[in-house]
Structure formats: structure tokens, C-alpha cells
Write a protein of this length. Structure first.
Length: 187
């Protein structure tokens, strides 16, 4: 007998069970489709209660909390051109400033004394220059060397006074532009 025609009993039962399951599942699927077809008809008959409310103006606050970092458009480290001891701090950390506002001051006692000395020296050399020039140009008294030396001394004294006044002006540390003082490294 050929082998393909005779199946053992266990295989026959297996094939029969599979055929029965397939038929049962197909029949169940058609019944489920029939139930779904009836569902819209039942939904149409359902009554839904709806409430009505009149609109009233109310205050509304919308709060959005964000985390981030703020970075300045411009940043600068302000330092002084003149050395010395800080005598006064005008602005505190976090305070707003305008361009040119004084941030701090350096002790200027020595520089004031130097300026006063330069003023006195300039006054003296200017008087000597005026006298030497008048004598040399009008009366022909004195040498050309004395004339030139007196002029040089007057110009040098004038330059020293300008330098002393400039150094005195550098004792006030000023804000270079409008902004907020972020850090202060002086007490």
C-alpha cells in the first residue's frame, strides 16, 4: 500500500480537529459582523443630555514657567588706568547705570598735590618765559640759549600740569555704557 493513502489515527484526528476549528471561526466572524451592523441603529436611538451655560467675561491668568539663561548683549571688565586705593564705591551689584556714571573712586590726595605743584611750577615758568622773551625780543638782553631754555621750561611745565590733571581724572572709574553692574570685585 502506498504510504500517502494510509495515515495514522492521530494524524487523522488532527486534520479533523483543524477543519472543525476553521469552520467554527468562520461562523463566529459572520455573527460578529451582523452585531456591528446593528450598532449604529442602537446609537441613533440613544438620548444624550446637554447642559447650556451663558458665557461671562472672567479674568484669566496664563502662567508659563521657563528655565533658561540670560546673556548680556555687551559685557566689559571695567578697570582703572591709575593705581591706588579705592576710597569710595558708588554702585552696588545689580544696580543700573548710565554711560559716564561714576562706579568707584580712587584716593586722589597724592595726585591733587602733584597737580597743585605742577600748577605752581607752570605759573613760575610762564612768568620767567614772558620776562625772558620780552627782554630778548624788545631790548636784546640775554642770549638765544636763555630764550630757548625759558620757552622750553614753560612748555614742559604746561605739559606736566596737563598730565597731572589727566591722572587726576582717571581716579574716577566710570561706566563705559548703559547697563547693569553684574559683579563687583572690590570691597
Amino acid at each position: 500500500m502506498p504510504r500517502s493513502l494510509s495515515l495514522p489515527w492521530s494524524r487523522r484526528w488532527l486534520v479533523a480537529a483543524l477543519a472543525l476549528c476553521t469552520t467554527s471561526l468562520t461562523a463566529c466572524g459572520e455573527e460578529a459582523d451582523a452585531v456591528d451592523a446593528d450598532a449604529p441603529a442602537q446609537d441613533a436611538r440613544r438620548i444624550i443630555n446637554v447642559g447650556i451655560e451663558r458665557l461671562q467675561p472672567r479674568s484669566f491668568t496664563d502662567v508659563i514657567r521657563l528655565t533658561g539663561t540670560v546673556v548680556a548683549d555687551r559685557s566689559v571688565v571695567v578697570a582703572t588706568e591709575e593705581g591706588g586705593t579705592i576710597s569710595r564705591v558708588v554702585v552696588d551689584k545689580g544696580q543700573s547705570v548710565r554711560a559716564g556714571d561714576i562706579l568707584a573712586e580712587i584716593d586722589d590726595e597724592m595726585l591733587r598735590a602733584q597737580r597743585d605743584e605742577s600748577q605752581a611750577q607752570m605759573s613760575l615758568t610762564q612768568q620767567l618765559w614772558d620776562r625772558t622773551r620780552r627782554l630778548y625780543e624788545e631790548d636784546g638782553i640775554g642770549t638765544e640759549n636763555e630764550y630757548l631754555q625759558a620757552r622750553y621750561n614753560a612748555e614742559q611745565a604746561k605739559a606736566r600740569l596737563a598730565l597731572a590733571e589727566a591722572r587726576l581724572g582717571h581716579t574716577k572709574i566710570r561706566a563705559p555704557f548703559d547697563g547693569v553692574l553684574d559683579a563687583r570685585h572690590v570691597e
